[in-house]
Design a protein around this ligand. Structure first.
Ligand SMILES: [Mg+2]
Length: 337
């Protein structure tokens, strides 16, 4: 298999910020796996939260070369070698996992979702309103509603929470997902969450620091909304550890390593009676397509990473209001514009 890669520059339409960080412009890495005249593509979206950078990802790609072997159909075996050898560089595993599914689908002339025995992806996504000053927040909310999004995700944990949520609830009665991105201490979280009850949240995501996961258990008893772990839940073993402490988990492909590892997390969570959502970072449609491929298996999807861009370098994902769908094009179903 021949492996090559390039950096990809992408820019959000508005500065994208949470209670912890912001993005004005970023780079991801697009990789190509070529074998037998067919090219599979994937995108690496490194996150510093998980010890990943562009540089560490490129080093991991170089280290991955001898692990790929000469049979791209053996996706599971390849991904197991990659996860064993690349340590924290799961964003790189994710990009390679995506390219392998794309390659096999294109080689066989079938979409990746069909390869996996799944139904055609057609999933409602939340649209994220990042942290911003009140005026820009209102503009973003108005734009999201005008664009037909029917589930919103709000980054909370800032002094402007009440202003933002009050404005949204004056115009929007639909599902509202609140993500604190680790903003609160165990001492204050109960009061903070109780104060958000009047906005009728659908879920509350990662109220505490990722190391404070044990303190999320009593927050479930507040009865405000199901408590989901995001930063505290990276890989399959984390699902087992978190059972009983949270109601659900947010799976992201750059945390776990792509489709194969995500399927294991979903199976574990389902077996343990936990809810599941799929999330993402700001990225192009090339990194959204693999997650959308398996989105029929989860309760909620926050796959708006490419919808936040001023221009998406990849096309192929259809959007109708808040509904994202993939066609029956072979592989991941997206291509460079
Ligand atoms: Mg989150």
């Amino acid at each position: 298999m021949k492996l090559s890669w390039q950096r990809l520059r992408i820019r959000p339409k508005h500065r994208f910020a949470t209670s912890q960080w912001h993005t004005d412009e970023k780079e991801t890495i697009v990789l190509q796996l070529e074998h037998a005249g067919v090219v599979g593509e994937g995108e690496i979206v490194p996150s510093s939260l998980y010890g990943q950078s562009l540089e560490s990802s490129e080093a991991a790609l170089a280290a991955a070369r001898p692990l790929l072997g000469d049979d791209p159909f053996a996706i599971e075996a390849i991904v197991q070698r990659l996860t064993a050898e690349l340590n924290d560089q799961r964003a790189t595993v994710d990009g390679l996992d995506a390219a392998l599914h794309d390659w096999v689908g294109k080689k066989l002339g079938v979409p990746a979702w069909r390869l996996l025995g799944l139904e055609q992806p057609r999933k409602q996504t939340t649209f994220t309103i990042g942290v911003a000053d009140p005026e820009l927040t209102r503009t973003k909310v108005d734009e999201a509603l005008a664009a037909g999004f029917d589930a919103l995700k709000i980054k909370v944990g800032t002094p402007t929470d009440d202003d933002t949520l009050g404005y949204i609830r004056s115009k929007f009665d639909g599902p509202l997902f609140l993500d604190a991105n680790m903003a609160w201490s165990p001492r204050e979280a109960g009061a903070r969450i109780s104060a958000l009850a009047r906005y009728r949240p659908t879920i509350i995501e990662q109220p505490l620091d990722r190391a404070d996961w044990e303190y999320m258990q009593p927050l479930r008893g507040l009865g405000v909304a199901p408590i989901f772990a995001d930063e505290s839940c990276e890989r399959p073993a984390d699902v087992v550890r978190l059972h009983g402490y949270v109601d659900g988990i947010n799976i992201k492909f750059n945390k776990c390593g792509g489709i194969r590892e995500a399927l294991k997390m979903i199976a574990l969570a389902r077996g343990l009676g936990m809810k599941v959502m799929l999330g993402c970072f700001v990225c192009s449609s090339l990194a959204i397509a693999p997650a959308l491929t398996i989105a029929s298996l989860v309760d909620y999807a926050g796959l708006d990473g490419a919808l936040l861009l001023a221009e998406d370098p990849y096309e192929g994902i259809e959007r109708t209001g808040g509904l994202l769908s993939l066609s029956d094009a072979p592989g991941l179903g997206v291509r460079r514009r």
